[in-house]
Write a protein that binds this ligand. Structure first.
Ligand SMILES: *Cc1c(COP(=O)(O)O)cnc(C)c1O
Length: 242
């Protein structure tokens, strides 16, 4: 076994166990391989091992890696997992299949414009919510969403803004837990994200938000237990970053 397949096998086992603890099926979880800083050869290896979802957080990497794989005939779903700055929206619209980190109406507008202009048509999007309130994190501020009508309004307005663009298909929420904190706090961030998703569905009849993107190498077990449908894993697959 190569180092990669050994890591991948171990990761699948961890996912399996986390699912078992809460009576979920591993098929419910989409594993996104996050190869940032690693060369495209790492992705080719991942593809050959069976991975079909790739996550990038830098536009130069998604723009480089996707065409290389496609040239090999390797079709995958490409996730852009970082906050796209205004000047990068065209690259995201051109190369991503699912954006995880929409957090303001202006970005929605720019993406929709580009999708229309190029004829690419559509992009799935998740709204990133900042539940922990850490200023280092992007996402819509939802630190006290349960009791703060202004935070609720801001999020509902962004949802409406996204829905106004037929090119954007809103699929759910994404969040990141704080690092280096106790497990109960990490768990509560995931739990409150799921509760927020459930609450949003009560606010708009017919609103479907099936995806919850949460959990990374150090915390995906907790995220799975709290309802994650998409986990974004880097180090457990590719090793430490250079
Ligand atoms: C880097 C990154 C990941 C993966 O992190 P690991 O800890 O290496 O698994 C997941 N999500 C986002 C947004 C990232 O930037």
């Amino acid at each position: 076994m190569t180092t990669f397949t050994a890591r991948y096998t171990q990761l699948l086992e961890r996912i399996h166990q986390a699912c078992q603890q809460v009576d979920r099926r591993p098929e419910e979880i989409t594993l996104i391989a996050v190869s940032k800083t690693h060369p495209v050869s790492a992705l080719l290896e991942a593809y050959e091992a069976g991975l079909r979802h790739f996550g990038e957080n830098r536009i130069d990497e998604i723009a480089e890696k996707r065409p290389v794989l496609e040239k090999q005939g390797y079709t995958a779903t490409w996730h852009y997992i970082a906050d796209p700055q205004s000047r990068h929206t065209a690259v995201v619209a051109d190369y991503a299949d699912l954006l995880h980190a929409l957090d303001r109406p202006k970005i929605a507008q720019r993406l929709a414009h580009r999708l229309q202009e190029t004829g690419r048509g559509k992009l799935d999007v998740l709204i990133q919510v900042n539940i922990s309130g850490e200023t280092s994190k992007s996402g819509v501020n939802c630190q006290t969403w349960e009791t703060d009508p202004s935070q609720q309004q801001q999020l509902l307005q962004l949802i409406t803004a996204a829905q106004n663009h037929p090119q954007l298909h809103l699929k759910g929420l994404m969040t990141m837990a704080p690092w280096d904190v106790e497990e109960p706090l990490i768990r509560s961030v995931f739990q409150r994200t799921r509760q927020l998703r459930d609450w949003l569905k009560t606010q708009q009849p017919g609103l479907q938000l099936p995806y919850l993107s949460m959990g990374m190498t150090d915390d995906f077990e907790l995220a799975i237990q709290e309802g994650a449908t998409h986990i974004r894993v880097g180090r457990a697959l590719f090793g430490e970053r250079h």
